[in-house]
Write a protein that binds this ligand. Sequence first.
Ligand code: PMV
Length: 311
Amino acid sequence: MIRECAPGKIILFGEHAVVYGRPALAAPVHGLQACAKISPLPGATSCRIRLRAPVLQLNEYSDSLPEDHPLARVCSLTMEELKISAFESFNISIESTIPASAGLGSGAAVSVAIIRAITRFFNACLDTTRINALAFEIEKIHHGTPSGIDNSVISYAKPILFRRGAKLESFSVRQPFTLLIADTGVKASTSAAVSKVRIAWECDPQEFDNIFDRIALITMKAQHALAEGNLTVLGSLMTDNQALLSEMGVSAPSNELLIQAAAEAGALGAKLSGGGLGGNIIVLPPQDQVQVIHDTLIQAGAAACYQTEVS
Ligand code: PMV
């Protein structure tokens, strides 16, 4: 049996602005994983792939799903890429601890895990650039006009500075630190958030370009704060980024409630992470008060709260 996994992700700075060509910083969340297991499917007619994903209540052959179903498409794209057209049928089981529709990259992680598992099952080889390119095709089905940040951070599984069309850069973290990820419990649609911003940008491009430029400046300052290990500055930049996301209209009351609770409990900074309109927030706690802030977030109504290390 073959098993391949991919991590979840958080966007530290720059979501939404990244769709409009500004830089963003993202990091993998190794404590949350999507895994794809492949086993042969004896007895089935050849050339069929059985997809099982209990969390999605899915148990179907890929060729009986619509062509643009993300899981069916990732299988067919990978088989095309590997130039495999005749094969013994096999089974793919997907398990994931990454909450779906929460801005934590669950869709991209499932894609990357499946691409890797199929590649290994056929003893083939695909480099990370190709894996990333295939996962990006699936992100287009999920989100319409994705920037490509989710599939990139998840394919490379390391912290990245992402800018559309530019070479990927990694960023340095002088002092590894713990971040908290708190789930608002409100399912969020990234494509709804992205189109909300697009409509607003089309109505007032000058105002929105200005917001995106200010976010870009914050992202660059954050890159320096990370390189210097200055968590106080980093936290206040998170708060500044959140104010602009709020101005952009993608911060929901569920996000604001948890961010406020974190601030009152002494967090160094907090912001939504990903598309917004619910989903998850990230919180930078003073490093000796991680548990206190974690408990505050749960008391304030977080559906779940995860710890992750950025290093
Ligand atoms: O998939 P999410 O919810 O983590 O959001 C991705 C970040 C956005 O900037 C909102 C969209 C994108 O494609 O970059």
